[in-house]
Design a protein. Sequence first.
Lengths: 383, 139
Amino acid sequence: MKVGVVGVGHGKFGRRSDATVQELAFEAFRAAMEDVKNLERKDIDSVIIGSSPEYHKQRSLPGVITEYIGMNDKPTWLTEAACASSSAALRSGYMAVKSGLHDVVLVLGVQKMTELNTAEIQSLMGRVGDVQWESIYGTTFPGYYALYANKHMDTYGTTGEQLARVAVKSHHYGAQNPYALFQKEITLERAMKSPMVADPLRVFDCCANADGAVALIITNDKLAKKYHDTPVWIDGLGSASAPISVLRRPDMTSIPSAVAAGKEAYKMAKVKPKDIQVADVHDCFTIAEILAYEDLGFAKKGQGGKFIDDKECYIGGKTPVNVDGGLKSKGHPVGATGASQTTEIVKQLRGDCGKRQVKGAEIGLTHNVGGIGQYCFVHVYKR
Amino acid sequence: MPFKYFGKINYTPYTKVSKFADELQKGKLVGSKCKNCGEKNFPPRADCLKCLSGDFEFIKAKSTGTLVTFTVIHSAPTGFEDMTPYTLGLVDLDGGGRLLSWFENTKDKDIKIGMKVKVVPKIFEEIEEIKLYYALEKK
């Protein structure tokens, strides 16, 4: 049995002071229902929510969302894997369909981060590292990736300019994506002169906190064509974990869970890195995208900086990466991000991306990292 | 000395390795050793990763090491805003194990990956309540 995505619905990302978390979820759900045909709510067997609950005043989101979208008495539950929560939800949905337990599953990633202020978010995100031995020193999320960045620079000669080039590319494609939070090109100079957040990472090296939701509807190959003319199949799934603590990470130039998840997904889908025609990777920081080029095998180890210099990650290059603008331009509502990546790849493989379409793309990939790499989910998709 | 005194802001007041704080107050840095298989750890841990035993003892850790990587934090989390900018370093200890801490009494230009550092037990003196921590200094 194959499992495919038949419906995608992307809500508006940004500071959403106009909506509750369940109202955000409804936007995405409505859009997904408009994307499918012949499907009614009663045909959906379960609702899997991907979200990081610490940000919300509302407790136990699956309950409130499933009620608000009118899906009671269907079963619902939460998957949590920090920034990779909705890729974890998609993995759970895949298992539910593949096992035959459910025929149609709604996977909904949602987050409302701005119920907290920036310092509170810095504190909360810093505590995605080890709180007993690390957070007591005022670690932050950009700080953790900055440790990686400095080590990568020292070991491989990667430069601040190369980091900034990733931001320039993200904004270039973000400017063409109606779902992006920042739809504006930036210059290399502006990126390199922006204020320092955690040396060597500057403001333009960091993605923005955001609110938003994305919904996916998945089903088996018997039903898929009934609900959409062009189902996009999930052909490979890889997932791995790594120590949450940087005190137990042997190599500070690579995310080990991403390497393992990538290998597993490639093997299951029977593809090689060079076969991937379009990829959405987890660029919470510019250095994270450079690590992803290497961890996923698009570039050789240590050559991630050169990969962006040579524009191999642009449309027309070896492997177009984040041609939706990435987390950097779209904004990063933690729990919604994985589903947003899947939405982009589904649209690319359907051929629905207009100006930023990778022509003829048939094989795509998403790479969603949770925390500082304690979780990673890689999915390979085929048309 | 309860573990709640360890760190500028402590998030884990209760732990099986709380004696670490007593030793730090005495100016000693300690790790753990599994009494069953001899596996050593820094930071100390109560439960052995290797043989699963919960029987451990504290052993003296080396207070010198090598800087693996570092960053300068300019945008701080709640409770650390008064300290910016501060430089965090990740250090491989000479006797095994790794720690993360901030630099004190060290010039920015002297901080380089691969440099030798010493780990110095400290007490916050400017705050009424006792706060213990360790800091990094150029060796």
